[in-house]
Design a protein around this ligand. Structure first.
Ligand code: 1GP
Length: 231
């Protein structure tokens, strides 16, 4: 079983985006705690398999965040299964999970499955539109959502997702407070070492995505920043 509770930093790679071998090596050897493979659109079996096999040349743990049943590729160290706790379209809560279990249930190694209570806080993110995520009105509501995930559903992870936008530290603090013993992932809009340090001080683990494809050096600088941050 993968020990994500000690992780401070992860990179998220999108199978639908291009990354050359040198950049991939730099990311995998950067000292990050894990590479998460995931995306909202254009994730296929073939592009996920290709990216996984390239990451597999390195020792870093590799996880697949499942977003498409067609793209569930065996061979990752673990599988992150999101439950979108503020989905406005209730079908995003359990319907894909039921379909997945009917299709692949007998192949699943349950100790490789990690469920995330996924709270989408950027209304402009693709995943917010796809799931018709309900807007979060403020810190009190963010805390209550985190409590729903951690205390009512007893999920091991709360993932605060600001994909594409740097988050509000007060909302992150509220989620940290509501998450209790659950592990808090924060992802969204981290583009600098200072932002990585700020969010790593508030959350248990930060996730760095888009900046990888825009400014690799800036992305790499987030690793040490997260590790030196006092979270
Ligand atoms: C996306 O939370 C991750 O799922 C990271 O967000 O791409 O904005 O860094 P960014």
């Amino acid at each position: 079983m993968i020990d994500y509770r000690s992780w401070r930093h992860t990179f998220k790679l999108d199978p639908d985006k291009t990354i050359d071998d040198d950049a991939l090596e730099a990311l995998c050897e950067s000292g990050t705690d894990a590479i998460i493979v995931g995306g909202t659109y254009g994730v296929t079996y073939d592009n996920t398999l290709e990216l996984m096999s390239r990451i597999r040349r390195f020792a870093v743990p590799a996880l697949l965040e499942i977003s498409s049943l067609e793209a569930v590729v065996p061979g990752f160290d673990a599988y992150l299964v999101p439950l979108v706790i503020n989905a406005g379209d209730a079908d995003w809560l359990f319907t894909p999970h039921v379909s997945g279990l009917m299709a692949y249930g007998s192949y699943i190694h349950w100790d490789e499955i990690i469920t995330e209570g996924y709270l989408i806080a950027n209304p402009d993110a693709g995943v917010a539109k796809l799931t018709r995520a309900r807007p979060i009105e403020g810190p009190a509501e963010a805390k209550a959502y985190a409590q729903v995930a951690a205390k009512i559903c007893r999920l091991p992870i709360v993932y605060l997702e600001y994909s594409g936008m740097y988050g509000d530290p007060d909302i992150v603090r509220a989620c940290r407070s509501g998450a209790g013993e659950a592990h808090l992932f924060y992802g969204g809009g981290i583009r600098t070492a200072a932002q990585a340090e700020e969010m790593a001080a508030l959350a248990d683990t930060i996730v760095v995505g888009n900046v990888i494809y825009e400014d690799l050096e800036a992305a790499l600088a987030t690793v040490d920043a997260a590790k030196r941050s006092r979270g």
